[in-house]
Write a protein that binds this ligand. Sequence first.
Ligand SMILES: Cc1cc2nc3c(=O)[nH]c(=O)nc-3n(C[C@H](O)[C@H](O)[C@H](O)COP(=O)(O)OP(=O)(O)OC[C@H]3O[C@@H](n4cnc5c(N)ncnc54)[C@H](O)[C@@H]3O)c2cc1C
Length: 395
Amino acid sequence: MEHRYDYLIIGGGMTADAAVGAIRERDAEGSIGLVGDESDPPYERPPLSKALWKEGADEAGIDLDTRRHGLDMHLGRRAVELDRAARRVRDESGDSYYYGKLLLATGARARSLPFGGERVVNFRTRADFLRLRSLAGKGRHVAVVGGGFIGAELAAALSSVGSKVTMVFPSDAIGAGRFSDGLADYLNGYYRERGVELRTGCKVKNGDCDEDGVTLILSDGSELEADAVAAGLGVDPETGLAEQAGLALDDGIVVDARLRTADPAIWAAGDVARYPSPTLGMRRVEHENAAISMGHHAGCGMAGEPRDYAVEPFFYSDLFDLGYEAVGEIDAQHLEVVEHWAEPFRCGVTYYMDGGRVRGVLLWNVWGQVEAARALIAAPGPQDGDSLRHRIPMG
Ligand SMILES: Cc1cc2nc3c(=O)[nH]c(=O)nc-3n(C[C@H](O)[C@H](O)[C@H](O)COP(=O)(O)OP(=O)(O)OC[C@H]3O[C@@H](n4cnc5c(N)ncnc54)[C@H](O)[C@@H]3O)c2cc1C
C-alpha cells in the first residue's frame, strides 16, 4: 500500500506529538502521517517510572491526544527503509510512505540484559510499565539493575508499592559519576533506610528466567533470585534508518541549529538528535523538555518557519520524597563540582564547572530556578565557588 504526505514523522513519542502540533498550528491543510512501532499513540514517558506507581494513578492520564491535530497514525509499524532520492520510507510490512518533508523522531532504545523472558523488563515503554506493574507488589521481590536515573526511580517506585527491591549496579553508589561523592553516598543510605538492598560494585553477567522467577548471575560470583528483574541500563539512539540512508551520525543523527540534517527535506529531533547547543556545543540529550521543545522547533521549520534551537533543556526526577531538576551537563567525573547546601543533601545547588564556566546546575529540592540555571550556563564567567554562593536562591 502507498501513502503520500506533505509531512511524515517516523516515531510516535513526545517529540512526534510536539512536532505535529507545531506543524498543524502553521499549516491547517497539509497532510501529516506518523509511523510508530509501539501500538500506543504518543504518550508521556516520564510518569512510567514515577506518577503511575502512586496510589490511584490513572494510566490514561499519560495519553497525549495527538489525534486532535488531524493526521494519519500508522501504529505498530516499524519503518525499515529510507530512500532519500525517492523521498520514501518503507515499513516492515512493505507499505510505502512518500513525503514532502520528513522528521526522524525515533528516540532511543533501552539497552538489554544478556538474557530475556516474561519476567525480564528492559524498561522503556508503556507496555514495559504494565508488565512490571503486574509482576510487582506486596510480597514480590524485584531486582533493579542499574544505579542511574531510571534504576533509582524504578527502585523507589517498586518499593512504594510494597515490593522488596534489590538494586545491582557496578559503581559504589546511586548516581555515582553524576552527583558528588557525598550526595551519592547519602543516597545509598537513604535508599537502605527505606528497605532497598544495594549490591554495589556488581554487574549482571547472565541469568535465567522461568515461569516462577529469575536468577541473576552476578560478577562477584553470587546468584540473586527474584520474582522479576527491571533494567535501567541506559539507552542507545535509534539511528538505524538514518544510517541506512547515509545521513551523518555521531552518537545520534547530526543536525544543524535548525534541527535539519544535511538533506534539506529531513529533520531529526528529540532523544535521537545530536544538535549544536549555543552554550555547550554539540550534544544529545534524553530529556522530556528537549523532546517537546525540539519537536516544536522541528515542526516550525518543516512548516516554513525555521528558527534556531537555542533552548538549554532541563531534566527532573523524583526519588521517594526527594526531587531535583538538572540543567546542562551533570557530570561529576569530568567537571569540577561546587556544592552549596542549605541543608546537607536535602536542599541545595551543585554547580558543574569547567575552566571558570558553569556547564551544569543540579537543583536539589530547589524549585523554580531553571531559568536562573540556564542564565548561569550561558554567562561567559569566569565564576568560582565564592562568586556562585547565593547566585541561585535555595528557598
Ligand atoms: C521511564 C522513563 C522515565 C523518564 N523520566 C524522565 C524525566 O523524569 N525527566 C525527563 O526530562 N526525561 C525523562 N525521560 C526521558 C524522556 O522520556 C525522553 O527524553 C523522551 O521520551 C524522548 O522522546 P522522543 O519522542 O524523542 O523519543 P522516544 O520517547 O524514544 O519515542 C520514539 C518512538 O519512536 C519509535 N520508533 C523508533 N524507531 C522506529 C522506527 N524505525 N519505526 C517506527 N517507530 C520507531 C519508538 O518505539 C518510540 O515509540 C524518561 C524516560 C523513561 C524511559
